[in-house]
Write a protein that binds this ligand. Structure first.
Ligand SMILES: C[S@@+](CC[C@H](N)C(=O)[O-])C[C@H]1O[C@@H](n2cnc3c(N)ncnc32)[C@H](O)[C@@H]1O
Length: 266
């Protein structure tokens, strides 16, 4: 059901909900800080060839553009032409090269890039193993792979009944991520693809009382739940209403955790 592994096959409503959500979350100060934290580890001293794989609307590619040596080449690549079109419109005057690709079989030569970033890509692809092998092939020896993803399996939206909350969280996670547990698998997957894991960092992103980042996610779900049939109609409406009401009366709770993995091609 994950709409992010085949965006071009989705309805206009779903694509619009995705564009809005990707841009809103990219602009959120906490999310932007998490991106900035890993960009700091990419050198600006020399020109680099950088690939933002699964770039979507270009949130991370645009952040890279203002943080790289000016002689660098930056490619934003995605399977979705409709998201790449949105990225082009959202990045006027940019030098980013937008490319339509399938990350499982990349149209780039061996050892072509110094840095590859995957920002919430791997949780959405059917075969993360194949994609990591391709990334390993197109990365230069000594090059850096940065993988940032959500541990969707721990994302939770507070509801008064525990059993209902667990069941709803699971349905939502499985509806928007092909691999809700990808972060838990990454140490093994990176090793199997030939990378050496240098380090990782993680962050819990929670909102209590009022929602903002997670409220924008709820609003996205308000469009996606009926469009994708994630929950029965009445149940979906009730969940959205409960989330919005808890925000209004100051009892909102939602949380999720994010991981960044830094790996090298040895
Ligand atoms: C959750 S979005 C993340 C977009 C962007 N990195 C961001 O964080 O704003 C996941 C992206 O992965 C892309 N994607 C999914 N499967 C892909 C594949 N096999 N090859 C390339 N891109 C893919 C989707 O089209 C979508 O743009």
């Amino acid at each position: 059901m994950d709409p992010y592994n085949n965006p071009d096959q989705q309805s206009d409503t779903t694509i619009q909900a995705m564009v809005t959500r990707l841009e809103e979350r990219g602009k959120h100060p906490v999310f932007a800080r998490m991106i900035g934290a890993y960009l700091k580890h990419v050198t600006t001293d020399v020109p680099l060839r950088v690939l933002d794989l699964g770039c979507g609307t270009g949130v991370v590619a645009r952040a890279f553009e203002s943080n790289l040596h000016p002689g660098s080449v930056l490619v934003g690549a995605d399977v979705s032409q409709r998201l790449l079109d949105a990225a082009g419109v959202l990045s006027p005057g940019s030098r980013i090269l937008w490319r339509k690709v399938d990350a499982g079989s990349l149209p780039f030569g061996d050892s072509d890039f110094d840095v590859i970033a995957m920002h919430t890509l791997l949780s959405h692809v059917v075969e993360p193993e194949a994609l990591l092998r391709e990334a390993h092939r197109v990365l230069k020896p000594g090059g850096s792979l940065i993988v940032f993803d959500a541990d969707h399996a721990s994302t939770t939206y507070g509801l008064p009944e525990y059993a209902r909350m667990l069941a709803t969280d699971k349905r939502l996670a499985e509806a928007i991520a092909t691999h809700p547990d990808i972060c838990r698998q990454l140490p093994k997957l990176l090793k199997a693809a030939g990378f050496s894991l240098e380090r990782h960092c993680s962050e819990i992103f929670s909102e209590c009382g009022r929602g903002d980042f997670w409220l924008s996610s709820v609003r996205g779900f308000a469009r996606l739940i009926p469009a994708l049939g994630i929950l029965p109609e009445e149940e979906g409406r009730a969940w959205v209403a409960a989330m919005l009401a808890s925000h209004e009366d100051g009892t909102f709770f939602a949380a999720g955790s994010y991981y960044t993995f830094f790996a090298n091609k040895g």
